[in-house]
Design a protein around this ligand. Structure first.
Ligand code: CU
Length: 120
């Protein structure tokens, strides 16, 4: 019986390992809005174990939480250290929602990232 439990445990470990291409994005800088100037957004990508993930292609569709400004597209450049930087001209600061498309090895995943843009 103990051996059986051990085998199940090992299988679960393997399964968890396979699921480790789950990537989560977070805004790691403090984006600010200044009229007529692009806002920089820096994303950090980490996997399940908190390791930085490089080599992703990330684009985002930005929308405001409480207002309709349409959607604004921003593409991110891989900084090579698990962070990705993008610049975008926003109409205003406030609460923004990004629907991010993350591509890794030809596979795409969607992720929602919420962040605050301060007015500078
Ligand atoms: Cu607005």
């Amino acid at each position: 019986m103990k051996r059986f439990i051990l085998v199940i445990g090992l299988l679960l470990l393997v399964a968890a390992g396979c699921g480790s291409d789950d990537i989560s994005l977070e805004v790691e800088n403090d984006p600010y809005y200044k009229e007529g100037e692009p806002t920089e957004i820096v994303l950090e990508a980490v996997d399940d174990s908190g390791e930085a993930v490089t080599g992703l292609a990330i684009t985002g569709e930005l929308e405001m939480e409480k207002m309709d400004h349409g959607t604004i597209t921003v593409s991110f450049d891989d900084n090579g250290d698990g962070t990705y930087a993008g610049e975008v001209l926003l109409p205003m600061g406030g609460e923004w929602i990004m629907s991010a498309t993350v591509e890794k090895d030809g596979k795409e995943k969607e992720q929602i990232v919420r962040f605050q843009v301060s007015e500078g």
